[in-house]
Ligand binder design. Sequence first.
Ligand SMILES: Nc1ncnc2c1ncn2[C@@H]1O[C@H](COP(=O)(O)OP(=O)(O)O)[C@@H](O)[C@H]1O
Ligand SMILES: [Mg+2]
Length: 302
Amino acid sequence: MEEILAEGKTKAVLTGPRPDTVFLEARHRLTGGDAARVAELEEIGVHKTRQAAASLGYLAAAGIETAFLEQASPTRLLCLACEMIPLEFVVRRFAWGSYLKRNPEAKKPDGTPLRFDDPVCELFHKHSLVLPPASAAAEMMREDEARGLYLRDGTWAEGVFTDPYIATSLETSQELWGLYDQRSPVSGAPLFETKPVLSDAVLQSVFGEIILPAFAALERAWAAVETLHGAVALVDIKFEVGRAPDGKLLLADVVDNDSWRIWPGADPTRQLDKQCFRDGEPLAQVQENYAIVTELTNQFAA
Ligand SMILES: Nc1ncnc2c1ncn2[C@@H]1O[C@H](COP(=O)(O)OP(=O)(O)O)[C@@H](O)[C@H]1O
Ligand SMILES: [Mg+2]
């Protein structure tokens, strides 16, 4: 019997047809601002599934080990069942989005994006940090739990920090990881200190062997996609990592139009990714962008 193992913001995890496998079933839903903004969009799950299958298939062909096995239906991916690591691994080619809130000096006076010669890696915690006045004592909890307790009518309670930025031991040489508000410059004492989720050595190997090679491969794939406005620039991306049944760390979860920023001709005004939804563009436009991106990811050369 098929069983729902977990229900996330935009997909469900179901038992797979073989031991050690799961189906990731996409819902026809987009969320933004850590679920502060939610919408149901017809067929969007079909687009996201196709985009993920094309992207993960391309990464596998590029030699990156992923949990993805195959697309099993219009809205389902068959994957290795992983124990997910509660971290978001972010890589940036351009300074944009929350990076500019943490690093306002990277904002160019003319509004054009600063390009990094070497991609910048950042780490965020998937668990939410809850501080007074939201709770009496500082604690960390799963985001879905925090949502139930502290998200009211699209607004998070004061003292709740979703996806906090992590200053890792690699940067600070401190034993504990420091957590900061991802929307403000990272300076001074952290809001909270937490036990490292991964050791320095493992973290370094995940970035070096999985995250940066995956970014490089997808950046190449996008650069080869021509549009009316020029090749597509991969601006930034969020990856997740899981531990496979054999203990190996793999690229897991999905890579789709919610995961990255992509700009035809490296022009921010031509964004095709989920940012258009966060920015409140008409839902018909959002839907059209997802359909375009599906067409474009289908061009990723195997
Ligand atoms: N290969 C995998 N094996 C097991 N669980 C996975 C795998 N890939 C993704 N997941 C999990 O699927 C769940 C649903 O995804 P999603 O809707 O994106 O959740 P979230 O609300 O946490 O972003 C998440 O808990 C995620 O960790
Ligand atoms: Mg998710």
